[in-house]
Design a binder for this molecule. Structure first.
Ligand code: NAD
Length: 292
């Protein structure tokens, strides 16, 4: 019999994860607050559920792909009674970019009930989710990682178990802080090129063949920024959340990160409007950048 797995949150990332799991032979149940996302999942071979409780009922593994730590905690809380009474052990694989402290608390609470919780945030965007080629950074116990391995393997090309609960989200916040910084520094580098008479396209070619290269310069600039496209699949609100969480983590741990503070400010203040818009990476395009 196919292993039952639930996916809560069928957005840009969760939908691709759910359909990937379905095409890997899992019996996937999906839930989202939005009807249209549930309908899309049904088209991809996922059984849509009317309620959150239906996803949890009789399901061994539950994947979360929710916007914030608050949403993650709320979904666990809403199912707590059911989890207390569950006959079988449930492992929650939380792929949301969440907060290390929240992950630790949820894991401790669920472990005490005999259940597992992994913070397992991801990198690779909607395309990585839909192709099962995400990079996953995992915090949690060896036993839970081993149990969840078939689901983790289906969703990811690289799964790195980096430490105990919370460690996955620490790694993810570090990663996204760098991605946010690379957007700014790559934009500024190309702006310098332009101001000194070198075409940004030529400068970008050099960066990508030399030590200035990053995934942002290699993928994001050629695909989106240089084409003035915004539809990366990652919203402004989510990127702002990530840089804010990284800054808060730095403040709590006492790590002084002067450049990152400035990066967080630029993302928070960039002349952009709706948090639900896709990341307005065009704002970091050299010519569009002259007002800064
Ligand atoms: P999204 O906004 O597209 O999807 C989130 C989905 O969760 C929405 O469909 C929403 O309706 C649903 N939802 C919210 N609260 C819910 C609840 N209580 N119950 C059920 N469904 C609920 O966001 P996304 O881009 O898919 O991102 C999800 C998470 O993954 C975020 O934490 C984000 O930071 C992270 N992430 C996103 C990307 C990306 O490129 N989009 C990449 C890596 C990580």
């Amino acid at each position: 019999k196919d292993t039952a797995i639930g996916v809560v949150g069928l957005g840009a990332m969760g939908l691709g994860m759910a359909t990937t799991l379905a095409s890997n032979g899992f019996a996937v149940k999906g839930f989202d607050l939005s009807d249209s996302r549930r309908n899309l999942a049904a088209e991809g071979g996922v059984t849509p559920c009317e309620t959150l409780a239906d996803v949890f009922a009789g399901t061994e593994f539950i994947v979360f792909s929710l916007p914030t730590a608050k949403d993650v905690a709320a979904v666990v809380e809403a199912n707590l009674e059911a989890l207390k009474g569950a006959a079988d052990r449930v492992v929650i694989i939380d792929t949301s970019t969440s907060e290390p402290d929240v992950s630790r608390d949820l894991a401790a609470g669920l472990n005490a009930l005999g259940h597992g919780f992994l913070d397992a945030p991801v990198s690779g965007g909607p395309a990585g989710a839909a192709s099962g080629k995400l990079t996953m950074m995992i915090g949690g116990s060896d036993a839970d990682v081993a149990r969840a391995a078939p689901a983790i393997d289906a969703m990811s090309a690289k799964a790195l178990h980096v430490g105990p609960s919370g460690a996955g989200n620490v790694a993810k916040l570090v990663n996204n802080l760098l991605a946010a910084a690379h957007m700014v520094t790559t934009g500024e580098g190309l702006k310098l090129a332009l101001s000194a008479g070198l075409e940004p396209e030529q400068a970008l070619k050099v960066l990508n063949a030399a030590s200035g290269k990053s995934m942002i310069s290699d993928v994001h600039f050629p695909t989106w920024v240089m084409n003035d496209r915004f539809d990366s699949g990652f919203t402004m609100g989510l990127m702002r959340k990530d840089v804010r969480l990284a800054s808060e983590l730095a403040a709590r741990t006492g790590a002084a990160l002067p450049l990152s503070v400035e990066v967080a400010r630029l993302w928070a203040e960039s002349p952009l409007d709706n948090a639900d818009d896709f990341t307005r990476m065009g704002a970091f395009r050299p010519a569009a950048n002259d007002n800064r």
